[in-house]
Design a protein around this ligand. Structure first.
Ligand code: PHE
Length: 339
């Protein structure tokens, strides 16, 4: 056994390699589980007890020697390969990858900025709400279908705690806090118990607007929304208001903008009509003002609410709403913003 060790020591001392691959082959030959050194360790079991001490020592010396020698051989190549790469100062540097804002954030900020130029402040409210702020204070009749389990995600029933189905709840929270005049927009996330498809999601974003003061009229509403539409979609944009119904506004309307893609001629995006529906609005129902402690004889107001995804889809020609929630870099990296 000692002779074998001695022979291997000599062999190892004389090792040389012409490349990193050869050095690795030597490591396998001597030091891997089936290598020559390991084979001696296996034999060590049969060494008589009185010799174990000396043989063990020599064996360990051999192992250390082999490791050092082979590592040194490997290092000599590693150094060369690295050096030849590391010092090429003519190579172009690797540029850092910059992140960008999410398209929904870009659109939300653009919309909020337009309204802030018209004197609207910004406020937010909770996503988990009670029945009062989402429905009752907004004049929803008790049997209104929006209160139904099919539309609303309930967290608790009796008392009803739920995920807000619209940002109109922040109208109520603002009226509680602030005396008129009120002129504010409320961006936020809303939740509806809907089947997810290319056109609908159970989570989406809205921007709500509320203006309450003395002598606010429907003409004011129309002018504010026209200014917004022209700022956001372009100076040639026209608007159209169609009668509609919401429990908390009277009269109520839905607003269309002229299709910015075909200029109103009719295309696949506006389904040949030349118009795109973008928001709901109306004069705040006097019953809502009274529920929130505002004298409806003294004050009037208007409100509007729009879906951020819907507007982002129109602006960027996105055909599937689910793309906004999948965090796929191939989709997100297409949107760049100034900051
Ligand atoms: N809350 C309404 C919706 O979610 C939109 C709306 C807001 C309509 C304000 C009128 C006034 O559909």
């Amino acid at each position: 056994m000692l002779d074998k060790i001695k022979a291997l020591v000599e062999e190892v001392k004389a090792l040389s390699a012409a490349s990193a691959e050869q050095a690795e082959a030597l490591r396998i030959k001597y030091l891997s589980k089936k290598g020559a050194v390991s084979a001696l360790f296996d034999e060590f079991k049969n060494v008589p007890a009185e010799k174990k001490r000396e043989v063990g020592q020599r064996l360990n010396e051999l192992k250390n020697l082999a490791q050092e020698k082979i590592n040194a051989l490997k290092d000599s190549f590693l150094g060369k390969e690295q050096n030849s790469k590391a010092v090429d100062v003519t190579l172009p540097g690797t540029s850092a990858a910059f992140g960008g804002r999410h398209p929904l954030s870009i659109v939300k900020d653009d919309i909020v900025e337009i309204f802030s130029h018209m004197g609207f402040t910004v406020a937010e409210g909770p996503e988990v709400e009670d029945d009062w702020h989402v429905f009752t204070a907004l004049n929803f009749p008790l049997e209104h279908p929006a209160r139904d389990m099919q539309d609303t995600f309930f967290i608790n029933t009796n008392p009803d705690i739920l995920l807000r189905t619209h940002t109109s709840s922040v109208q109520v929270r603002t009226m509680e806090r602030q005396k008129p005049p009120i002129r504010a927009v409320f961006p936020g996330r809303v939740f509806r118990n809907e089947a997810i498809s290319a056109r609908a999601h159970c989570i989406f974003h809205q921007i709500e607007g509320l203006y309450i003061a003395k002598d606010v009229s429907f003409a004011d509403l129309k002018q504010v929304l026209l200014t917004f539409a022209k700022e956001f979609f372009g100076a040639d944009t026209q608007i159209r208001l169609r009668p509609s119904y919401f429990p908390f506004t009277e009269p109520s309307a839905e607003m269309d903008v002229s299709c910015s893609l075909c200029g109103g001629k009719g295309c696949s995006v506006c389904k040949g009509t030349g118009w795109l529906e973008i928001l709901g609005c109306g004069m705040v129902d006097p019953a809502v003002l009274e529920s929130n402690g505002i004298d409806s004889k003294e004050y009037t107001g208007f409100a509007f609410g729009m879906g951020v995804e819907r507007i982002a889809m129109l602006k960027y020609q996105v055909k599937d709403i689910r793309l906004f929630f999948e965090n796929d870099m191939r989709f997100l990296s297409q949107f760049k913003s100034a900051f």
